[in-house]
Design a protein around this ligand. Structure first.
Ligand SMILES: Nc1ncnc2c1ncn2[C@@H]1O[C@H](COP(=O)(O)OP(=O)(O)O)[C@@H](O)[C@H]1O
Ligand SMILES: [Mg+2]
Length: 304
């Protein structure tokens, strides 16, 4: 097994990155029987909180792991030799170190996030996480690794991309979000341009989230449809070449339901709105298809 790694990206907060991360992870694990690891690289650690709540119904387990130094920040801030230190300053042994990956269910594991990430970012952190993955051959234990990223371009986002084969962009369809996508794609362009020729980084697609429901226009408002067309034209006419990847939007869109806006957004827990889970299920099947057939995302190289 060698996991396919996916970064969930957008330069804006509140567009559904974390919701996409957790629901994709749950669908892959529970519906498709895939082994999944979620890596929470957002200092707000919302995917950690949501997945621990989903599994244990409270955060006690998370807090006891955090207090004994078993979150991602202890890897990122570990010493040169990869030895990690708990909150009480206790050194973790190599064996404890590998246990930082916590099993939530048979198929779903997490490298829990931590608010401490806000202060612990430095350039050595990236090397430490990569060393951790290499040392414990983490990719061999999973089918999919999903990185939940912060809403900014910085050390954690570039680290996630560096460790990923694919990136997935959840986006709302409003003007601010299109600006966010513009900034994001500029950054990815620069990143892809500087990539080692052996590394491939493909766009897995755009997921339209939190859309207004309406009976017409496939469930989105007229204004949102205008923005959708602008975004899609922008990608196909201008960006695909510099991103070195096709950008294929997912046709199922994820509408906004006010009743769940401030709740945990694990779709399978909201049985009164089966549409969300159904759509996520379709998106997940399509994600598997794209990951297994990366040539459908590659640009054809035209030899002149
Ligand atoms: N389909 C939905 N309908 C209503 N609210 C949703 C839906 N999906 C997610 N949310 C809520 O939207 C907010 C932002 O989503 P989140 O995934 O945290 O975004 P991000 O990670 O990009 O900041 C969260 O409060 C989440 O619970
Ligand atoms: Mg988030």
């Amino acid at each position: 097994m060698s996991a396919k790694s996916i970064s969930i990206l957008n330069m804006k907060g509140g567009v559904g990155k974390t919701t996409t991360t957790i629901n994709l992870a749950i669908e892959l694990g529970e519906t498709h029987n895939k082994k999944v690891l979620v890596v929470d690289l957002d200092p707000q650690f919302n995917s950690t909180q949501s997945l621990f709540m989903y599994t244990y119904k409270n955060l006690d387990t998370y807090f006891s792991l955090r207090d004994s130094g078993k979150t991602i920040s202890s890897i990122l801030s570990s010493g040169q030799n990869g030895v990690t230190r708990s909150r009480e300053g206790r050194l973790a042994t190599a064996n404890e170190d590998s246990n930082i990956i916590h099993s939530l269910t048979d198929n779903l594991k997490i490298l829990p996030g931590d608010l401490a990430l806000t202060v612990e970012a430095n350039s050595a952190s990236s090397i430490k996480l990569k060393n951790f993955f290499r040392q414990y051959q983490v990719k061999n234990d999973f089918d999919y690794i999903i990185f939940d990223c912060p809403p900014t371009w910085g050390i954690y986002t570039t680290l996630a991309l560096d460790m990923s084969d694919f990136y997935l962009i959840p986006t709302k369809l409003d003007e601010f979000s299109t600006i966010g996508i513009d900034i994001l794609t500029q950054k990815i362009e620069e990143f892809v341009y500087a990539l080692d020729e052996h590394k491939s980084l493909l766009c897995l697609g755009l997921i339209y989230t939190l859309t207004n429901r309406s009976r017409s226009q496939k469930g989105i408002s007229r204004d949102q449809n205008v923005i959708k067309n602008i975004v899609e034209r922008h990608f196909s006419e201008e960006l695909e070449e510099s991103l070195r990847s096709k950008v294929i939007p997912f046709s199922p869109i994820l509408p906004f339901y006010p009743s769940i806006a401030h709740k945990s957004a694990v779709y399978s827990e909201h049985t009164n709105i089966p549409l969300l889970q159904l759509r996520m299920n379709d998106i997940t099947s399509e994600i598997i298809r794209r990951c297994e057939n990366p040539n459908m995302l590659q640009l054809e190289i035209i030899h002149s």
